[in-house]
Ligand binder design. Structure first.
Ligand SMILES: C[S@@+](CC[C@H](N)C(=O)[O-])C[C@H]1O[C@@H](n2cnc3c(N)ncnc32)[C@H](O)[C@@H]1O
Length: 305
């Protein structure tokens, strides 16, 4: 008999606990950068979401901000003047606050559920998130909250959401890489990963399969925003070749002790990823339907007063 589906409360609880356990190593695991590389990536995504017209915002609110990848890079680039960062995981909020302090940035960082935002109506010009919507049990409620806290004329941007189709095709390079991992480690002279060196150990590893609750078609992703009364809603697809390459490499690297993976391999993996991202952007994204890509991004504008 298959297990009963998790309740909304269980999903929130598992997300908080899993991400608490993952917080300390999160930046290293995902290669999160707060320098030139990170800024270029984040600005590129926001520019795409805004139809190529990057502009600045007075007050930004990020949901599921994690360690601060988006907001801290946008603050450094001067795209957001004032940043409020929220996450359901206290561990992530602590890591974000430490990152902000190290970078000399002033941020209001707090624990908050995206479905119950502790902010007044019409407080923000931009509400954003990266890889967060697919963790939320009640998306319609989250969109109502996003609409409520946005000022008239404000904009919501969420990127890095797994597409239904992309989620399935990403499993192919992941499986292939897992088979090839022992030979790859021999060639690289890399040692096998130490038990539980990432994501907070074996107990946390068990929670991993329970934190993702959605993969979207473009229609499913936009439904909540439309129901919450956003006027202009657009969904784009991004990354196809880059994700195949990235997931295969990540699956290989996950089997090795990171300190023994050669620098030359890391450079090859990073440069290859960026090169394929470029190909995706100029060749595939303008030609293929959003549903074909691994990631979806959504832009929703609240009608002006
Ligand atoms: C995949 S991580 C992405 C983190 C960050 N945005 C980034 O791109 O690096 C998803 C984040 O969403 C947070 N999250 C999950 N459920 C949430 C909820 N109901 N409300 C707010 N944040 C949530 C998690 O704690 C985690 O930090």
């Amino acid at each position: 008999m298959s297990p009963a589906p998790a309740t909304a409360e269980e999903i929130r609880d598992v997300n908080a606990r899993y991400h608490d356990g993952a917080a300390a190593d999160y930046d290293a695991k995902w290669g999160i950068d707060f320098g030139e590389i990170g800024r270029t990536q984040v600005l590129g995504k926001l520019r795409k979401a805004l139809d190529g017209r990057l502009r600045s915002f007075e007050r930004g609110l990020e949901l599921g901000a994690g360690t601060g990848y988006f907001s801290l890079n946008l603050l450094q680039a001067g795209v957001i003047t004032d940043a409020t960062c929220t996450d359901i995981s206290p561990g992530m909020v602590d890591t974000l606050a430490a990152n902000a302090q190290r970078l000399g940035l002033d941020v209001d960082a707090r624990v908050a559920d995206a479905e119950a935002l502790p902010f007044d109506d019409e407080s923000f010009d931009l509400v954003l998130g990266h890889a967060v919507l697919h963790h939320l049990p009640d998306l319609d409620q989250a969109w109502r909250e996003i609409h409520r806290v946005l000022r008239p004329g404000g904009v919501a941007v969420f990127a890095g959401e797994p597409s239904h189709y992309g989620d399935r095709i990403a499993s192919v390079p992941k499986r292939a890489a897992t088979h090839a991992a022992p030979a790859w480690r021999r060639i690289m002279r890399a040692h096998p990963a130490r038990e539980g060196h990432q994501d907070g150990g074996a107990a946390n590893h068990q929670l991993e399969s329970k934190v993702d609750v959605h993969a979207f078609t473009p229609e499913q992703l936009s439904a909540g925003a439309r129901a919450a009364d956003f006027g202009d809603v657009r969904v784009r697809g991004e990354e196809l070749l880059a994700n195949w390459f990235g997931w295969a490499n990540r699956a290989l690297e996950a089997t090795a002790d990171p300190e023994t993976v050669p620098w030359a391999w890391k450079m090859y993996a990073f440069r290859g990823y960026v090169g394929l991202q470029h190909l995706d952007r100029v060749l595939l994204e303008p030609r293929l339907p959003p549903a074909m890509f691994y990631n979806l991004m959504i832009t929703a504008e609240k009608a002006p007063a």
